[in-house]
Design a protein around this ligand. Structure first.
Ligand SMILES: [Zn+2]
Length: 334
């Protein structure tokens, strides 16, 4: 069984700002092009330009709920372990029936329509909570199950990837990490500075993940992870979702599915195939930063072809495609 799990996209924010429905094919990720069942982790991204960041987060999340209502027959909101199995079970059912050789087109289509998109809500940039840890409870109640500490800038919690003076987590940031552990909200260290990463790794009692990052040994960019960071994430039983931004994939700033697979292979060689997955960043990348052959969710299978080309086995591809993310989600959601 192969299911795609993508660790990061900014689709809800873009859909909200442009007042588009999430089935609009102009979005990199959209309901029409997504091959269901799959799980898409959807971020509420808080750009530092928004001073009232808690309100901004609420507005984006509320827009997701409007869309969820509109497309409720196509979406399962993933908040618990059971919700994951609900998304997957439709796939199993179809496979079982397919082996019974009753695959007339009409039947197949009606079965396909039962397949759902699992959406797991995340927050990108802890400044969404402003200066109040109680807002973490609010987001949890709204279904948020993954939260990052930073975006690129420094915030009240700690330093971001583009910091000028890396002092790591603040005292408030340390309380935030403990709070996320208590709430079983998975900590996303993408966009954090090196010291924020290590302070968090030291403090967190639960796995940490990088929803959308790449390897610094292949492409020297402050958003990418060192070998030591990759080893630490693996040691904590987390995962790295490879981001599709050509700026993180290649120093030539020109990348395709081949470069995505290079980063996947690098991590698989360094720590094993169990700790790497996908984290597209669809609708969060400038058009010119998308890989030359991947312009949206419709093109994602090109990565699978390339994984086959370089010799990954069927089982390994299933892990990279989604099983690794599923392991982390199953172990951390309650
Ligand atoms: Zn990002």
């Amino acid at each position: 069984m192969e299911i795609l799990v993508d660790g990061h996209c900014d689709t809800i924010e873009v859909a909200f700002d442009k007042q588009k429905n999430i089935d609009d094919k102009s979005l990199n990720f959209n309901l029409k092009d997504a091959k269901k069942p799959m799980i898409q982790m959807m971020a509420t991204f808080i750009s530092p330009e928004y001073k009232n960041s808690f309100k901004r987060a609420k507005d984006i999340i509320n827009y997701f709920y409007e869309q969820y209502e509109k497309f409720s027959d196509e979406i399962i909101l993933v908040k618990t372990k059971e919700d994951i199995e609900k998304v997957i079970s439709e796939q199993k059912e179809l496979k079982e029936k397919a082996t019974n050789k009753i695959l007339e087109n009409k039947f197949l289509n009606s079965e396909k329509s039962k397949r759902k998109l699992g959406v797991l809500l995340t927050i990108e940039n802890g400044r969404a909570i402003e200066n109040d840890l109680k807002n973490v409870d609010y987001f949890y109640d709204k279904g948020i199950r993954v939260m990052s500490i930073n975006w690129n800038e420094d915030n009240l919690l700690g330093c971001g990837a583009l910091t000028k003076n890396d002092i790591g987590l603040t005292e408030f940031g340390k309380q935030y990490i403990k709070k996320l552990n208590e709430k079983n909200i998975i900590i996303d260290i993408s966009h954090s500075s090196p010291k924020t990463f290590w302070d968090t790794a030291k403090l967190s009692e639960k796995p940490i993940v990088a929803t959308h990052s790449c390897c610094i040994e292949i492409c020297n960019h402050p958003r990418n992870l060192t070998d030591e960071q990759i080893k630490q994430i693996a040691k904590m039983n987390g995962i790295i979702g490879i981001c599709y931004s050509s700026t993180f994939l290649s120093e030539k700033k020109n990348a395709s599915s081949k470069e995505i697979v290079k980063h996947i292979s690098y991590i698989a060689n360094l720590v094993g195939v169990d700790y790497v997955g996908l984290g597209s960043d669809f609708d969060g990348l400038e058009e010119e930063h998308l890989p030359t052959d991947i312009k949206g969710i419709k093109d994602t299978d090109k990565i699978k072809e390339e994984l086959k080309n370089v010799g990954f086995t069927k089982e390994e591809i299933a892990k990279i495609w989604g099983e690794n993310w599923l392991r982390v989600l199953r172990e951390n959601l309650v």
